[in-house]
Design a protein around this ligand. Structure first.
Ligand code: 13P
Length: 252
């Protein structure tokens, strides 16, 4: 049985002070979620990672938003898996569409990052998703299949089990145009089927999240779907009020 998971991706939001105050205000709701069989995760900026980690319940997953695949070296502006591990992080988001769009993060580059994370016992949270144009042209499944095949190449079943995949249609991110539960479930099921073709022993264990304009009033409908194991949330994860409403929507 796959445990449900709610992850907040804060993107380039929140100063250290704001992060501290979120963590203070959130203690009760974090405890409520974690004692009611709901896994929680947060992905702040690098600068907030230590603050967040030091103020989070130990069961909370803490993710970076990006990582480099090399251990060290002349890579200005980058951070390695070893460095994330040193501050006891859980893993890193990889291949978010904003990084694919603005930072040329390809699925093959993501594959190197995924391997490096797994070799360091860290969890890759691998994002896939199509653009609005690709969706309109009926290319969703083709695009997702390529992202899955390239991103997950040359791994093994045991490693793949530890990966979390997030389906985030780019047209739904921050737009309020969330995908219908039917579209989200169909694509998440497709992702599980593709994983099964390559890593048959990992497909039932791997957690697949939906992301894109998830809010307190729609989160539950996604998580009721068979192949959706959680949500990756941007805007609605930034305030403790809406974060708390999402937790209550999932548990109560
Ligand atoms: P929104 O929830 O703001 O649409 O962002 C989704 C997202 O990109 C999470 O990674």
């Amino acid at each position: 049985m796959r445990k449900k998971l709610l992850v907040g991706n804060w993107k380039m939001n929140k100063t250290i002070k704001e992060c501290e105050s979120f963590m203070q205000d959130g203690q009760k709701i974090f405890a409520y979620a974690l004692t009611h069989n709901l896994d929680l995760g947060l992905a702040p900026t690098y600068l907030c990672l230590s603050t967040l980690k030091n103020n989070a319940p130990k069961e909370m997953l803490v993710f970076a938003q990006n990582v480099h695949y090399e251990t060290n070296g002349a890579y200005t502006g980058e951070v390695s898996c070893e460095m994330l591990k040193e501050i006891y992080l859980s893993g890193s988001i990889i291949g978010h569409s904003e990084r694919r769009t603005y930072d040329n993060e390809t699925s093959l580059k993501c594959n190197l990052k995924i391997k490096s994370l797994l070799n360091n016992d860290l969890i890759p949270l691998y994002c896939v998703g199509e653009t609005e144009k690709e969706f309109d042209e009926g290319l969703t499944y083709k695009v997702i299949e390529k992202q899955i095949k390239e991103g997950l190449q040359e791994l093994n079943d045991d490693k793949v089990k530890k990966i979390i995949i997030a389906y985030e249609p780019i047209w739904s991110i921050g737009t309020g145009k969330n995908a219908s539960t039917e579209i989200a479930e169909n694509v998440c099921k497709f992702i599980r089927d593709k994983v099964r073709e390559i890593y048959p022993l990992a497909a039932e264990e791997i957690r697949i999240l939906y992301g894109g304009s998830v809010k307190p009033n729609n989160i539950k409908s996604y998580l009721l779907q068979k192949d959706i194991d959680g949500a990756l949330v941007g805007g609605a994860s930034l305030k403790t009020d809406s974060f708390s409403q999402m937790v209550h929507a999932l548990i109560d």
